[in-house]
Write a new protein. Structure first.
Length: 153
């Protein structure tokens, strides 16, 4: 008669302990990962190129958004430096439904290339749509190396 009573008490204790463990799980805090810049130092400003390693053809026609999320325009071309790396983007800004507007040149140091589940876009770190509208119109120079002129098939 004592054995069923002891088994019942043991079962009740085990179930109660399991319920309390399930209600109050022990979770270890995840360690905070250090910022890469704090380990290696921030890259020098002249070395920052968010398009390094990106297939440049995939950047053409991407939407460009300003620092406040407003649409600025689309990437029409990419200017390359002497080593063949992107140095600036040429953005078609303004206009309506692709008509009108003008081209402006934006240095790659001002941009971020975002690849997200919803798609890709270029965002400007510190330039709003008004700042872009205030830029002078891009005038192609003979010395410019344009991606579209070299690689358009």
């Amino acid at each position: 008669m004592k054995i069923p009573y002891l088994l019942g008490c043991a079962t009740a204790l085990a179930l109660g302990a399991g319920a309390s463990l399930a209600a109050d799980p022990i979770v270890a805090d995840e360690p905070e990962l250090p910022n890469v810049s704090s380990i290696f130092g921030a890259p020098p400003e002249e070395a920052r190129n968010p398009l390094r390693g990106v297939e440049l053809g995939s950047v053409l026609n991407l939407p460009v958004k300003g620092a406040k999320g407003m649409s600025v325009g689309t990437v029409e071309d990419i200017l390359l430096d002497q080593s063949g790396e992107a140095s600036a983007i040429v953005v078609h800004e303004g206009g309506f439904l692709g008509f009108g507007g003008r081209q402006v040149q934006i240095d790659v140091k001002e941009i971020n290339f975002l690849l997200e589940y919803s798609g890709r876009e270029i965002t400007l770190d510190s330039m709003t749509a008004q700042d872009v509208a205030a830029l002078p119109a891009y005038q192609a120079q003979d010395s410019d190396t344009r991606f579209s002129a070299l690689y358009r098939g």
